[in-house]
Design a binder for this molecule. Structure first.
Ligand SMILES: Cc1cc2nc3c(=O)[nH]c(=O)nc-3n(C[C@H](O)[C@H](O)[C@H](O)COP(=O)(O)OP(=O)(O)OC[C@H]3O[C@@H](n4cnc5c(N)ncnc54)[C@H](O)[C@@H]3O)c2cc1C
Length: 401
């Protein structure tokens, strides 16, 4: 019998395992992958994530001070700051580094083990995993569900109807782009309706081209790749385009008797950008803290474990709420409206007051969103968009700054 079984060795599961093992608990981590952290991702982390959970410098491909936003008509707006705002990291190495530390702290890792069922009772919890075609049963006092997007285990734990609350489809390909040095973000109906696409430089002339449409990729990825090829930015595409879901709304309940849900499984992702590494790490840490308290109190009831949800809501609940309504607002805009929004948003006046303000943060951007919406010039532009935008703008403007 283990103290805690963690299902999934992504950033959320590894961080939970690390902190639990550091607290002296007996932890087993299961993942069906052979290579920890090897799931579809661009690997961008914000400055604060990098400060709180520092990547080994060897895993950092680039520090990013600037990025360009390309409007539907092809107009290019470059936004630059004097200090790096984000880091492009080797995601696999970064995520694995937390597993290495968790192992050093005493956590047991069982790779190539796929958890197929859960059994949660008042007096204990169990899982069944398959390894090499054989079934294994493991028991623990607590479970951490860290299986990432759309995990069927949530339904077994009684915490989801089986469908993610709301999501985007992340889609990405590795390309050769030797002349690219800065990230570019693309918006517009032709590129990706209701969302955005990107090209992000890695190292040695490689880059990632991707997009995060709502629910269907269609032929949009081919259009983006062809556009970038025709401009000479992309020389060739390496390998296949891959897709994976990105949740953009939290589960209604992220705890239950003897179980907590962390990271993507809980829907803890920035709804604006689809970035989830930081919240996965934070939620893993908060879950470990709640579990350590549950062991101290010898109480694994849903009531005791509710403090985990209170904790993550206190740290980034507002970010998720504001980000979600900002995304819904953005999704109502047509290309013409996007052009005028970008023109105003990236005008010197707004940039100076918002982006160049000392409290600007890539990781905590709800304040930036609210400041932009409250800016006199932006309010005028948004009002001119008419009734489709109004409910989301009103909802955001009601949020306290
Ligand atoms: C195209 C794309 C680009 C992205 N880019 C970024 C980015 O640049 N920056 C950013 O912050 N976020 C990005 N994200 C989101 C980010 O990858 C996730 O938010 C983050 O990985 C979530 O971590 P997690 O630990 O919750 O889940 P995951 O990283 O998905 O890890 C879950 C783990 O659980 C394992 N697992 C699942 N089910 C089982 C099972 N039944 N048994 C055993 N093991 C199981 C999986 O193998 C996996 O290793 C991107 C996502 C996509 C799709």
């Amino acid at each position: 019998m283990h103290d805690v079984i963690v299902i999934g060795a992504g950033p959320a599961g590894n961080m939970a395992a690390l902190r639990l093992a550091e607290a002296g608990l007996d932890v087993a981590v299961l993942d069906w992958r052979a290579d920890i952290g090897d799931k579809l991702c661009t690997g961008i982390i914000g400055r604060e994530c990098a400060a709180k959970f520092p990547p080994d410098p060897a895993y950092v491909y680039r520090a990013a001070n600037a990025a360009a936003i390309v409007s539907p008509s092809g107009r290019r707006y470059r936004v630059a700051k004097s200090e790096p705002q984000a880091y492009i990291v080797d995601r696999v190495a970064y995520v694995n580094s937390f597993a290495v530390k968790a192992r050093e702290a005493g956590a047991h890792y069982l790779l190539e083990h796929r958890v197929t069922s859960l059994d949660i009772r008042k007096d204990g919890a169990g899982i069944v995993a398959t390894f090499n075609g054989r079934e294994k049963t493991l028991k623990a006092k607590m479970l951490v569900i860290a299986g990432g997007f759309g995990s069927p285990l949530l339904r077994m734990a009684g915490l989801s109807s089986g469908k993610p609350e709301d999501y985007m489809i992340g889609c990405q390909a590795v390309v050769d782009a030797p002349e690219l040095h800065e990230t570019e973000v693309f918006v517009g109906e032709k590129i990706v309706p209701n969302s955005f696409g990107w090209i992000v430089p890695l190292k040695e002339g490689k880059a990632l081209v991707g997009m995060a449409p709502r629910k269907q990729v269609g032929g949009h990825m081919d259009i983006l790749l062809e556009t970038l090829k025709s401009k000479g930015v992309v020389k060739s595409v390496i390998g296949q385009t891959q897709t994976w879901g990105i949740p953009i709304r939290p589960l209604p309940k992220t705890y239950g008797t003897r179980a907590l849900v962390v990271g993507d499984s809980a829907g803890l992702v920035k709804p604006t950008t689809g970035g989830g590494i930081y919240y996965a790490l934070l939620s893993g840490e908060l879950a470990a803290q709640t579990i350590a308290e549950a062991f101290e109190a010898d109480n694994f009831s849903s009531r005791q474990l509710a403090r985990y949800e209170k904790a993550w809501k206190g740290v980034f609940g507002r970010e998720l709420r504001v980000g979600y309504y900002a995304r819904l607002l953005f999704e109502t805009l047509n290309d013409k409206q996007l052009e005028s929004l970008l023109e105003e948003f990236l005008s010197e006046g707004v940039l100076n007051e918002v982006m160049n303000a000392p409290d600007f943060s890539f990781d905590w951007h709800s304040n930036v969103i609210l400041k932009v919406l409250r800016h006199t010039n932006m309010r005028k532009v948004i009002r001119s968009f008419g009734p489709a935008v109004a409910p989301f703008a009103a909802r955001l403007l009601r949020t306290r700054a």
